[in-house]
Design a binder for this molecule. Structure first.
Ligand SMILES: Cc1cc2nc3c(=O)[nH]c(=O)nc-3n(C[C@H](O)[C@H](O)[C@H](O)COP(=O)(O)O)c2cc1C
Length: 158
């Protein structure tokens, strides 16, 4: 099974999970980056990122040679910002064509998982959502990292 993991990560949690899953299931990794970087400070990130998330902004993202049609399964990962999917994933879900693709969604969060999974489910138009999972900060919580890795292994053994 040819698998891709597409993710955005600002402080490493979603990326740590993406990398662990990619090495466990031999998936291709695609990191989404915004054209304009976010502030370095936590307060700046909360201000700019939180605003963009709340107002459902779609910031421009750097070019990525990712073709959904080449994959049997696509795993998409987002941090949770202001209870929502991050703006860059909103952009990616509008930009790439996921119709009739098998897609699995995961989110990472600090406190509560919020609406990011349900929003991604709506935004991945025409995709077949095969499974979803949310986990608390996998770079800091080893159980979260283990459970996401096990989840990814389960996805490809179906
Ligand atoms: C702008 C911003 C807003 C956030 N909002 C929330 C939130 O509403 N709920 C929550 O549980 N965590 C929130 N967090 C924490 C992140 O979701 C959490 O740390 C996540 O794992 C970060 O992923 P990353 O390290 O891959 O960037 C927020 C973080 C940032 C930077």
């Amino acid at each position: 099974m040819k698998t891709a993991i597409l993710y955005f990560s600002l402080s490493g949690n979603t990326e740590t999970a993406a990398k662990a899953m990619a090495s466990a299931i031999e998936a291709d990794l695609f990191a989404i980056e915004t054209t304009k970087p976010y502030p370095k400070s936590f307060v700046g990130r909360i201000f700019v990122g939180g605003f963009q998330a709340m107002f459902k902004k779609k910031p421009s993202i750097k070019p990525l040679s990712f073709t959904p049609a080449q994959y049997d399964l696509i795993i998409i990962g987002t941090p949770t910002w202001a209870g929502s999917v991050v703006p860059a994933i909103r952009t990616a879900l509008a930009k790439f064509d996921f119709s009739s693709r098998n897609v699995a969604l995961y989110s990472t969060f600090a406190g509560e998982a919020g609406r990011s999974i349900s929003e991604m489910t709506e935004l991945a138009v025409g995709a077949k959502i095969v499974d979803v999972k949310s986990a608390k900060e996998p770079a800091k919580v080893s159980d979260s990292l283990d459970s996401l890795t096990a989840w990814a292994k389960g996805l490809i053994s179906r």
